[in-house]
Ligand binder design. Structure first.
Ligand code: NAP
Length: 282
């Protein structure tokens, strides 16, 4: 790869994004030359921005909040992963076309199974939240054949809608997966115990804020995983650990692994993620 590859991450807000550092680390592994900038882009400016970026020789773009859903409509081809998620976190140019994909679910399952050695097969899994991140990760979790998948969201009707949408796209009965959705009531949450509890709510973005989960939720939990990433343990991670979860993790590994999968789509190169996983960039 002699030519400098033009890449970017877009969203609003965008200043917090760690993607440029992550992709520079990947590029350095192959002596590949990349330009990777952050751009503040909203749904109003997305169409014009994408047209200009790709006309100007852009190869690939990472897409973050709040434009993951709307970005789908600008692609010529949509991967199965993005179709199932109804959202994309990457768009790239290939053969004169724009391809949309969603690597968030791959990033999560790679972190859970590959890095944290926590298999999802035959496990009971609780997902808290039914927003964009939940949509992105659930199809990949389903591919790992859990025994039971339960979505609990503050707005229960949104969890039910997500369930209905997925049931229209995936044959869960054929996969023998029990799938339930509901609100955050103690009755619904405590009607099972869970091997894995995943926090996909945005609560951890507010420092010190608790979802207010019942303590008994974490008895028997092997891993409590917060999609949010931060240097300090989130309140969700602290509460899970104090109340019985064997292991807790934040979502740094997911961020690195989804980035590696996006990098592969752009370059056909598979980066080694181990250095970033060991030592997050300061
Ligand atoms: P989103 O679409 O805005 O969804 C937010 C979710 O959080 C909704 O389900 C919402 O419930 C729930 N919520 C918000 N405030 C709450 C509260 N006080 N109590 C209970 N539930 C509450 O956001 P998103 O895109 O799904 O992102 C969620 C999280 O995932 C963020 O922390 C983000 O940083 C993280 N994330 C990480 C990665 C990674 O690579 N590690 C990738 C993507 C996202 P309602 O429906 O009731 O409003």
């Amino acid at each position: 790869m002699d030519k400098k590859l033009k890449l970017a991450v877009i969203g609003h807000p965008i200043s917090h994004s760690r993607s440029p550092e992550i992709h520079q680390d990947f590029a350095n592994q192959f002596n590949a030359k990349i330009e990777f900038r952050k751009h503040d882009v909203t749904s109003d400016t997305l169409g014009t921005w994408l047209t200009d970026f790709f006309k100007d020789g852009g190869k690939g773009v990472s897409i973050t909040l709040p434009i993951k859903e709307v970005a789908l409509s600008f692609a010529d081809e949509i991967s199965d992963r993005a179709r199932l998620a109804s959202a994309c976190n990457v768009i790239y140019a290939k053969d004169e076309k724009l391809f949309a994909d969603c690597t968030d679910g791959f990033g999560l399952t790679q972190d859970l199974e590959g890095n944290l050695k926590t298999s999802l097969k035959n496990k009971k899994i609780l997902i808290l939240g039914a927003g964009g991140a939940a949509r992105g990760i659930i199809p990949s979790i389903i591919e790992k054949y859990p025994a039971k998948l339960k979505i609990a969201n503050r707005t229960g009707s949104k969890a039910l809608l997500l369930k209905k949408d997925l049931e229209g796209k995936v044959n869960l009965k054929e996969k023998n997966i029990i799938f339930e959705a509901g609100g955050l009531s103690d009755d619904f949450l405590l009607s099972d115990s869970y091997d894995i509890v995943i926090n996909s709510t945005s609560v951890s973005t507010q420092v010190g804020k608790s979802i207010g989960l019942p303590k008994a939720l974490f008895s028997g939990t092997r891993l409590a995983y917060d999609l949010f990433y931060s240097a300090e343990k989130t309140v969700f991670m602290q509460e899970a650990f104090e109340n019985g979860a064997e292991k807790v993790s934040d979502g740094w590994g997911m961020l690195v692994e989804q980035g590696a999968e996006s990098f592969r789509l752009w370059t056909n190169l598979i980066p080694d993620t181990s250095r970033l996983l060991e030592k997050p960039i300061d």
